[in-house]
Ligand binder design. Structure first.
Ligand SMILES: [Zn+2]
Length: 199
């Protein structure tokens, strides 16, 4: 059976759940990671939080953070981040984000330019890493899903456009619509606006 991403039309309450911490000794963990890998083998989304595929655990899969190769379905970074935490957020960027769970809504979202994160690997080791540029945007979007937050909650502007039009729209903008406003200074998210959907 083909796995479909949960969406805000049918599963909004589910997507609003705060995902639970992954128990690294959970015998189902490996299978859950495999579900994510199988999904990405067929669907060229950039990244996804497990909750979007019906696993409400703090687990993120990242496939593609290369802004120059977003259309390339061959790219697969195969990154699995378990129980990620954000230690530090620096700088300020904006991008017109879309989401497999948010129908055709594309939203202009403020994100940090650089983030320091910590996460576990499946073998139980803890990693600390700095994500810079577009990869910080992709990660931040997925991290929000773990907290039940959607990009359209944070968006300063939202358009309802099908995928081909979203692509055309971004391609008309410099740097594919990814704008670096500042590379330094602490980033503070604006409070979630909840303009579009209830929490
Ligand atoms: Zn999303």
């Amino acid at each position: 059976m083909e796995l479909k991403a949960k969406n805000i039309k049918d599963d909004l309450e589910y997507l609003r759940e705060v995902s639970k911490k992954v128990d690294l000794k959970d015998p189902k963990l490996h299978d859950n990671i495999q579900i994510l890998k199988d999904y990405f083998a067929k669907t060229p989304a950039l990244a996804m939080a497990a909750v979007q595929l019906g696993i409400p655990q703090r687990l993120i899969y990242i496939r593609n953070t290369n802004l120059q190769k977003l259309e390339n379905s061959e790219v697969d970074e195969e990154r699995v981040l378990i129980n990620p935490k954000i230690i530090k957020k620096i700088g300020h960027t904006r991008y017109w984000e879309a989401c497999a769970s948010c129908l055709n809504y594309m939203g202009l979202v403020d994100r940090p330019y650089q983030i320091e994160i910590e996460y576990d690997l499946e073998d139980g080791t803890c990693q600390r890493e700095t994500l810079v540029g577009f990869e910080a945007t992709v990660f931040s979007h997925e991290y929000d899903h773990l907290e039940g937050i959607l990009h359209i909650d944070r968006a300063v502007q939202v358009y309802d456009l099908p995928e081909d039009k979203r692509r055309k729209f971004r391609n008309l903008l410099p740097n594919g619509g990814y704008e670096i406003i500042s590379m330094e200074g602490e980033f503070e998210y604006e409070p979630v606006k909840n303009l579009h959907l209830k929490r």
